[in-house]
Design a protein around this ligand. Structure first.
Ligand SMILES: [Zn+2]
Ligand SMILES: [Zn+2]
Length: 329
C-alpha cells in the first residue's frame, strides 16, 4: 500500500495530513477541538494512552514513590534500572523485531523507500546500524534516564518538591499530562537547536544524526552529553507542582514514546488495519534534511521561525538552500 500524496523524492509513504495542526495553537481558540483531540489521544487506544496506563501502574502499584527513597541505595536503584531496561527491550526491541526482524508489515505505511543499514557499514560501530544504536541506548541512554528518575525519586522522598494531589487540585492533576507533553516539546526544540550549533553539532550530535534513515533503536542513540540535555527536562519537577505519576509519564514519553516515533512507519498495521499510530514523519524529515523540524508538532516553534518542512518539494528546496548557506559559513 504505497500512498504518495505529493511529489517528493524517495518516500514510499507519507501521512495523509503531513503535519497535523495541534488544536492547542488554533486562533481563535477552539476548545471543543482541543477536548476532542485530548480524548482521542489520551483516553482511546493510542501511544499516549498506553504510556499513561503504564505510568499509573508504576506510580500506584509496581514501584510507587516511597519515603525510603530519601536514602540512596543500590537495591532499589538497580530495580529502577532493571524496569527501564525491560521496558525498552519490550517496546523498542519489539517494534524493531516487528518492522525489521520478521518484516511484519513489509512496506505498508513505511516512510522511506530504503532499508535501514545492514551489516558491513563502516560508518557505524560494529559495522551495523542496529548494533551501534542498541549499544548507545543500553550502555548510556537507559542508565542516564534511570539516574534522572532516581534523582527525582530522591527529591520527592526528601520533600524538596511541590506535591500535587488529585483530591486537592483535580483539574491541574489531569491537565498536567498534556501540558507536560507541550513543555517537553519546547524543551526538546531548545536543546536540539543548541545541538545544531558548534561545537556540539560536530562533536556531540553526530552520534544521533548518523541515522539518516531511522528505526526504533535510532532514537536513543546519542552522545552521553546529548542524553544529559534530553532527560534534563525531568528537572522541571523541582519547580512544578506535580505528582510522581506525572514524572513517570514524562520519563516514558521520552524513553519509550520518542523511539516509537523513530520507527520509520506511520502505524503498526495488522489484519488490514492501522492498529496504533506511532508515526514521526515530522522528525523523519529532520533526519533526512537536518536543518529543519528541530522540535515537534506539539509546539510549533518551527512554523513560527521558518524551519518547518512538511516534505513537499517547495519546502524541501527552501530547507536545502538554508542548509547550504549554513554549512558554507
Ligand atoms: Zn531523531
Ligand atoms: Zn538534529
Amino acid at each position: 500500500m504505497s500512498t504518495p500524496h505529493f511529489k517528493s523524492e524517495g518516500w514510499n509513504h507519507t501521512p495523509k495530513f503531513l503535519l497535523t495542526k495541534m488544536p492547542y495553537w488554533c486562533w481563535p481558540p477552539q476548545p471543543w477541538s482541543i477536548i476532542r483531540w485530548l480524548f482521542k489521544n489520551f483516553l482511546q487506544v493510542s501511544d499516549r494512552a498506553l504510556f499513561l496506563m503504564y505510568s499509573f501502574s508504576i506510580a500506584f502499584w509496581l514501584m510507587p514513590f516511597v519515603p525510603t527513597g530519601a536514602v540512596l541505595r543500590w537495591d532499589w536503584a538497580a530495580l529502577v534500572l532493571l524496569r527501564n531496561m525491560i521496558a525498552v527491550f519490550l517496546v523498542v526491541g519489539g517494534l524493531h523485531i516487528w518492522f525489521y526482524g520478521i518484516d511484519g508489515q513489509g512496506k505498508v505505511l513505511r516512510f522511506d523507500t530504503r532499508p535501514i543499514t545492514g551489516s558491513k557499514n563502516t560508518l557505524f560501530l560494529f559495522k551495523c546500524q542496529t548494533w551501534y544504536n542498541m549499544f548507545h541506548t543500553l550502555v548510556f541512554g537507559v542508565p542516564v534516564a534511570t539516574v534522572f528518575e532516581i534523582a527525582v525519586r530522591w527529591v520527592y522522598a526528601s520533600g524538596f518538591t511541590v506535591p500535587a494531589k488529585f483530591a486537592e487540585s483535580p483539574v491541574w492533576f489531569i491537565l498536567l499530562f498534556p501540558v507536560l507533553a507541550i513543555i517537553q516539546a519546547l524543551h526538546f526544540h531548545l536543546i536540539h537547536c543548541l545541538l545544531h550549533r558548534p561545537p556540539l553539532y560536530r562533536h556531540v550530535h553526530p552520534v544521533h544524526y548518523r541515522n539518516v534513515n531511522v528505526g526504533p533503536w535510532s532514537c536513543l542513540s546519542m552522545h552521553p552529553f546529548e542524553y544529559f540535555l534530553y532527560f534534563s527536562s525531568l528537572s522541571i519537577f523541582l519547580f512544578l507542582p506535580a505528582h510522581p505519576v506525572h514524572m513517570i509519564f514524562l520519563l516514558h514519553w521520552q524513553l519509550l514514546g520518542a523511539p516509537t516515533g523513530h520507527s520509520g512507519y506511520e502505524a503498526v498495521f495488522a489484519k488490514n488495519k492501522a492498529r496504533i499510530l506511532i508515526g514521526g514523519f515530522f522528525h523523519q524529515l529532520h533526519h533526512r534534511y537536518y536543518e529543519c523540524n528541530y522540535g515537534s508538532p506539539e509546539f510549533p516553534l518551527d512554523k513560527w521561525f521558518g524551519t518547518y518542512n512538511d516534505g513537499i518539494e517547495k519546502m524541501t528546496m527552501k530547507i536545502r538552500e538554508r542548509k547550504r548557506r549554513m554549512h558554507a559559513k
